[in-house]
Ligand binder design. Structure first.
Ligand code: ADP
Length: 345
């Protein structure tokens, strides 16, 4: 899939509200090949070029927090641009809101000029490329199923589909062909909301800790379920006993009682609140536009089973099984991959 990338600019950057993602290209194989000098990184750059001609083109990915963008720029300076390239006045491809916000900083600190690309163009380009070219990139997730991950083959016939990008906020796009797509909706309740509220409600330091808390919590101590109201199923409305009736509804203090929930319970409930809502909104948009395949991108999911299950459950529940939810292994890097590909054209 990368065979036409020989003339690509070597990297592209997607500077989002929370995370900055880089996709960079190398032709050095990390597999040990039968090459004398390939020991302990002692291959000189010239020798690397020799084996660049082999078919070992690879795309690598790395992310930084946008609030520490200096670290990201240091990484680029140390690893991705040579002084020769600076002298030659090379340009780099940049997308995401930060491509605009930090254009001057990028230009000054890297000494390269910045080619800005529209965020949506990059997202769609990256997504189309992965779906068309990379087998096992997209998968359906069935919790406790056999198999749990139902990987999909690369397929040239991918249209139409809907892409829900869950980053700091959420964007929903309808994609009808390589060059016909539009943003049909979104919600401001996204990954940033989970992290922001989670930081207020727990002592978790960082996103990973918050996710680990959610993993171990019990949301039934925080959420009011149908059975908390009806004592069991609500037969009249067809609602099962364990369905959440009110997120966080159980923690309203009653006189003379103490709330008995832990930070982990709260984190789990928060993850469910956000993921259920995104699933429901996505499902409504899909049904409104008569699209039955929904792919999820953005860095929020992290291929995390609990989040993927909640979203799949929600979509399945609200669409009565008519809309399929699919996830992507490189979900967080669609924009960076798209910008990289545009640079290679
Ligand atoms: P944006 O482009 O708006 O920055 P992303 O697709 O990069 O959006 O997703 C950002 C979201 O990813 C955060 O709001 C958070 O919910 C989630 N996330 C996942 N892993 C991390 C992490 N290690 N650090 C920060 N946020 C993370």
């Amino acid at each position: 899939a990368f065979s036409n990338l020989k003339n690509a600019k070597r990297f592209a950057i997607d500077i989002g509200g929370t995370l900055t993602k880089i996709a960079y290209y190398s032709t050095v194989s990390y597999r040990r090949i039968n090459y004398e000098a390939d020991q302990d990184n002692t291959v000189s750059s010239e020798e690397q070029n020799k084996y660049e001609l082999s078919e070992n083109a690879r795309l690598h990915f790395i992310k930084f927090e946008t609030k520490y963008i200096e670290n990201c720029l240091d990484f680029i300076c140390e690893n991705l641009v040579s002084s020769r390239e600076k002298m030659a006045g090379k340009t780099i491809k940049a997308t995401g809101g930060g491509a605009y916000r930090y254009a001057d900083l990028l230009q000054e600190s890297l000494g390269l000029s910045v080619d800005k690309e529209e965020e949506m163009d990059c997202l769609i380009k990256g997504c189309n490329f992965l779906l068309k070219n990379i087998s096992d990139e997209a998968f359906v997730f069935h919790r406790h199923g056999t198999p749990e991950y139902d990987f999909q083959m690369a397929d040239p016939n991918i249209f139409p589909y809907m892409l829900v990008n869950i980053g700091s906020g959420v964007s929903i796009m309808k994609v009808e062909s390589e060059d016909s797509y539009e943003r049909i909706g979104g919600t401001a309740t996204g990954g940033g909301t989970f992290w922001g509220l989670g930081s207020l409600l727990t002592k978790a330091k960082g996103f990973d800790e918050l996710l680990a808390l959610a993993e171990s919590g019990d949301h039934r101590k925080v959420d009011m379920l149908v059975k908390d109201i009806f004592g069991g199923d609500c037969k009249g409305l067809g609602l099962p006993a364990d369905l959440i009736a009110s997120s966080f509804g159980k923690v309203c203090p009653k006189r003379g009682t103490e709330t008995m929930c832990s930070e982990a319970d709260v984190a789990r409930s928060l993850l469910f609140t956000i993921s259920n809502d995104i699933g429901q909104i996505a499902c409504l948009y899909a049904m409104m536009h008569k699209l039955n395949k929904v792919y999820f991108g953005g860095y929020f999911l992290r291929n995390h089973p609990l989040s993927m299950h909640t979203i799949s459950f929600s979509i399945n529940y609200w669409s009565k099984g008519t809309v399929q939810s699919l996830f992507l292994r490189h979900e967080g890097y669609l924009g960076a991959i798209g910008a990289f590909l545009i640079g290679a054209e």
